[in-house]
Design a protein around this ligand. Structure first.
Ligand code: TTP
Ligand code: MG
Length: 365
């Protein structure tokens, strides 16, 4: 069983501005476009949210709801920089970090640098580090897959931590209103309501064929998430872009059979990593470095996404034939697969606040 943490900063843009100008603390603060020029709200401090102000609302409307609110334009470069600094904090705990947006990330802490089996404890340490080092608060959710970790992080916002254990997941999901499922947008929720599906418990009653007939591939996703099944891996930035392996040889290779054999070996390693992370790509890149450090890379993009060792090897060998100058000494060989299809991005929901009673997690989660 995996242990996944989802971290999401609280009122991110507003929190950064309040940290940098403490006189704003406690005030209703709206970060967004010009209210006079049809700007929209990027985010609002929790004080401003009490007036009904929220993201994506016309800034003019926000001004009507709370005339005393402070309005500020966003400083995106500053928030992107902050996001990078926070990413480095995450990476002190585990290498398996996936940045999902400017202010949220998934961490797979099944194995982690602290060698601590308690994901709850790690989530606490991460929240503390962000607060102490960056002066802003984050909320975190802990569970055994990405979907439930995301749902958990929204439960105790702002500045909260919540855990959905395997034992607690079925009851949590059954009670969850259909429109609160992350990945079920407004349109889908309305369709479900028309079908009489109001909660997770109702969704559980629908079999897979009905779901896929109505919602296509997404139907399959809904079928599984309501059962607490979500095997999407936490994909690091590196893996998101490409998966590659290269070898520098102790002694330069000149024998073509040996160079081919090494290419096949690299294809196998890349294939193993792709399989592990459920990735497949359309582009194979071969990298060749000769003894004089002259480096050549050549890529081939196919129709289909591939991940099998044999397919990768075949393309890499084709590239080798086209690229390799016979008789030259090869110092380094590399094989990379990239051009992964976009992840099935679920429709994003605006942040939601949920109220649930919650039992403290057992020690081991
Ligand atoms: P969110 O995490 O959705 O919101 P938030 O961090 O402001 O508040 P919460 O405590 O509920 O997590 O988005 C992160 C940032 O992205 C947010 O601070 C501003 C920006 N953003 C927009 O610019 N427009 C939008 O519609 C949304 C939803 C966010
Ligand atoms: Mg946030």
């Amino acid at each position: 069983m995996r242990k996944i943490i989802h971290v999401d900063m609280d009122a991110f843009f507003a929190s950064v501005e309040i940290r940098d100008n403490p006189r704003l603390a406690g005030l209703p603060l709206v970060i967004g476009g010009d209210p006079q020029a049809r700007g929209v709200v990027s985010t609002a401090s929790y004080e401003a949210r009490k007036y009904g102000i929220h993201s994506a609302m016309p800034a003019r409307r926000a001004g009507e709801l709370c005339p005393s609110a402070v309005f500020m334009r966003p400083d995106i470069a500053k928030y992107v920089e902050e996001s990078h600094v926070i990413l480095e904090i995450f990476r002190r705990f585990t290498p398996t970090v996936e940045q999902a947006s400017i202010d949220e990330a998934y961490l797979d802490v099944t194995e982690n640098y602290l060698g601590n089996p308690s994901a709850t404890l790690i989530a606490m340490a991460i929240r503390r580090a962000i607060f102490e080092e960056r002066g802003i608060t984050a909320s975190a959710g802990v569970s055994f897959n990405k979907f439930l970790a995301k749902m958990a992080s929204e439960k105790r916002k702002p500045n909260g931590l919540s855990v959905i254990t395997p034992a607690a997941a079925p009851a949590f999901l059954a009670a969850l209103p259909i429109e609160k499922f992350h990945g079920i947008g407004e349109v889908t929720a309305r369709k479900f309501l028309k079908m009489g599906v109001k909660t997770g418990a109702d969704l559980l009653q629908l079999d897979k064929t009905i779901l896929t007939a109505n919602f296509g591939k997404a139907g399959d996703f809904y079928y599984h998430i309501v059962r607490g099944e979500d095997d999407r891996p936490v994909v690091t930035e590196y893996e998101r872009k490409s998966v590659g392996r290269e070898t520098t040889f102790q002694q330069d290779l000149v024998d073509m059979a040996q160079i081919r054999a090494e290419t096949v070996l690299l294809a196998e390693k890349v294939s193993a990593r792709l399989t592990e992370n459920q990735l497949a790509g359309r582009t194979v890149t071969l990298k060749l470095r000769y003894e004089n450090f002259q480096t050549v890379t050549r890529a081939l993009t196919g129709e289909n996404r591939i991940y099998r060792a044999a397919d990768i090897a075949q393309t890499a060998l084709t590239l080798l034939e086209k690229t390799m100058l016979p008789g030259r000494k090869v110092r380094l060989l590399g094989v990379t697969v990239s051009n992964f299809a976009e992840e099935e991005a679920p429709e994003t929901l605006p942040p939601v606040q949920l109220e649930f009673n919650f039992d403290p997690p057992p020690e081991n989660f």
